[in-house]
Design a protein around this ligand. Structure first.
Ligand SMILES: *Cc1c(COP(=O)(O)O)cnc(C)c1O
Length: 369
């Protein structure tokens, strides 16, 4: 193995003014503004990884023949850096993101980045751009980190690229919902499939997202915010939404989520929710759940809440499901803005760990600065 990554730091010559940065941190939004710097590292099949650096955030120079632009040889990750009360900055389970990045790289025939180098890249960027991590006590704010890897080789032949770029960019993130979590409407697609057995569903790659956009447009046309996809073979089993995993809360306190089938993305939030729900006394189940079980459970009152999980929005309540020919409202959505009590308690427990407000018995937090 090559040596651990060492980052050369080239400070931006024209960083944002304090006023400009403060304006962003006051109302960060999501994925709109980026920090002064970024991480880059290059790979070739001859040299391996080299030229690791933290440098000014700027457009990339890539050939119009770069493989990523034509054949979508690309993967990414998403995680957040949280400021704690004492000023320190922490990442939540970055080892899981690193492990998933490694599995995604394997699936997309991209080179491996070690867990140690992946976390070193996050730390290098957050150290230089620490002033961009929103202050503690400013609500559900964080610095969203976006590692990615793209095939930059200028070659139109179809084979794994021999030149690759790894990067990390960072974007201050505000609460996904300005006025607390609001239930979303889900479109149950009967035409689009997200992932197939043997396909790329378990990899975090841009291609999966590209393939989901038409279905998202269909959802919007039908008055919904998100799509939930069914399995490709029987078109019967619930898999996930295009960017979040999904959970069902039963009247008897059970919580169920679709089992990892090879075509579901293994969310870090999903895994954490399973542990937290068990801590809170729920019986948790990973198993197959059909669209009929969901709809019948809503109608009978056996399913009282449904929510989605993902780093960006944490836990999103699902208030309604619609499909060709019908729709249902889930639970009693006049209560507490439509956030069910179980959804709310899991959400709060997760945020408390991330922001360092409760003990972290599982060692989920890694200090960045
Ligand atoms: C990233 C992602 C998720 C959520 O994963 P987290 O690690 O919880 O952020 C769920 N589904 C898909 C398809 C994803 O790309």
């Amino acid at each position: 193995m090559a040596d651990a990554w060492n980052f050369e730091v080239e400070l931006a010559s024209a960083p944002a003014t304090t006023e400009a940065r403060t304006a962003v941190l006051t109302k960060p939004g999501f994925g709109q503004s980026f920090t002064d710097h970024m991480v880059l590292a290059s790979w070739t099949d001859e040299l391996g990884w080299h030229d690791q650096k933290v440098t000014a955030y700027a457009p990339l120079k890539v050939s119009p023949a770069a493989a990523v632009l034509h054949y979508a040889q690309e993967i990414f990750e998403g995680l957040k850096a949280y400021r704690h009360e004492d000023g320190s900055v922490w990442a939540f389970r970055p080892d899981m993101n690193a492990a998933r990045f490694s599995r995604s790289a394997q699936r997309l025939a991209l080179p491996q980045v070690s867990q140690e180098d992946f976390i070193a890249a996050l730390r290098a960027l957050v150290t230089v751009d620490e002033a961009w991590v929103p202050p503690a006590g400013s609500g559900e704010t964080s610095l969203y980190l976006r590692p990615y890897m793209i095939a930059t080789e200028a070659a139109l032949s179809v084979r794994p690229a021999r030149e690759v770029l790894f990067g990390v960019i960072a974007s201050p993130a505000g609460p996904y919902f300005d006025t607390g979590p609001k239930p979303v409407s889900i479109w149950l697609s009967d035409t689009s499939i997200r992932a197939t057995p043997g396909g790329t569903g378990a990899a975090k790659c841009g291609g999966n997202y590209a393939a989901s956009l038409a279905a998202l447009a269909e959802a919007t046309e039908n008055g919904c915010n998100q799509v939930i996809y069914l399995d490709a073979v029987e078109r019967r089993w619930i898999e996930e939404s295009g960017s979040m995993n999904v959970f069902f809360v039963y009247a008897d306190g059970r919580i169920a989520t679709p089992e990892l089938s090879g075509s579901i993305l293994e969310g870090v939030t999903r895994d954490s929710v399973l542990d937290i729900a068990a801590d809170l006394g729920h019986k948790v189940e990973e198993r197959r759940i059909s669209a009929d079980e969901w709809r019948d459970g809503i109608r009978s009152g056996e399913i009282t809440e449904t929510f989605a999980s993902g780093t960006a929005a944490v836990i999103t309540p699902i208030g309604r499901v619609a499909w060709t020919g019908g729709d249902l409202t889930i639970g009693d959505h006049t209560v507490d803005d439509g956030v069910g009590p179980v959804t709310a308690s899991i959400r709060a427990a997760l945020l408390d760990v991330q922001y360092g407000r409760t003990p972290d018995p599982r060692g989920w937090l890694t200090r960045l600065t």
